[in-house]
Write a protein that binds this ligand. Structure first.
Ligand code: FES
Ligand code: FES
Length: 168
């Protein structure tokens, strides 16, 4: 339940990277700003601020969403995972290694949004082919890498986790 205080702020409770949090939020504050400035989750990057680039992608109840398109009060009673929560999870060591191996990042600005989307796809535990990976990641924009390294890295992780060879 949302409670208004004297400041006209709303009191919300939610899980952030598995930790229960209570905060007071302004009714019209963007979720991306709230996570960055009020919760210190600065790995959630803001690029376009209108739902195009995917840099601000987080997991909201385990589904990828663009945090620049949500308001902070909307996460009351939900579970939020940011790149900080993912980076502490050793289940994704293979993804980190593959990103290093294939030089899948340069400036790294887009990387938290990509990784968050990829984690969502990996948790579905279904093999994806290269074309499918390209399509699923098409909502995330990278201005540096040309995408080849990112797709190769993700392809390798999917092959290793869910299939033995590219031609199976
Ligand atoms: S900053 Fe949210 S989609 Fe670009
Ligand atoms: S690595 Fe620079 S925008 Fe993707």
């Amino acid at each position: 339940m949302i409670i208004y205080n004297d400041d006209n702020r709303l009191k919300i409770s939610f899980k952030l990277n598995n930790e229960l949090i209570q905060k007071q939020v302004k009714p019209r504050q963007l979720l991306s700003d709230f996570l960055r400035f009020d919760c210190g989750m600065t790995g959630t990057h803001v690029g376009c601020e209108h739902g195009i680039c995917g840099a601000c992608t987080i997991l909201f109840n385990n589904e990828p969403v663009r945090s620049c398109l949500m308001l902070a009060p909307q996460i009351d009673n939900s579970e939020i995972t940011t790149i900080e929560g993912i980076s502490e999870n050793s289940s994704y060591d293979d993804l980190r290694e593959a990103f290093k191996k294939y030089h899948a990042l340069q400036c790294g600005y887009c990387t938290p949004g990509f990784i968050t989307t990829i984690v969502y796809l990996l948790e579905k535990k279904q093999f994806l082919k290269e074309e499918e990976i390209r399509e699923k990641l098409s909502g995330n924009i990278c201005r540096c890498t040309g995408y080849t390294g990112i797709v190769k890295a993700v392809e390798e992780v999917f092959l290793n986790r869910f299939k033995k060879s590219k031609n199976d």
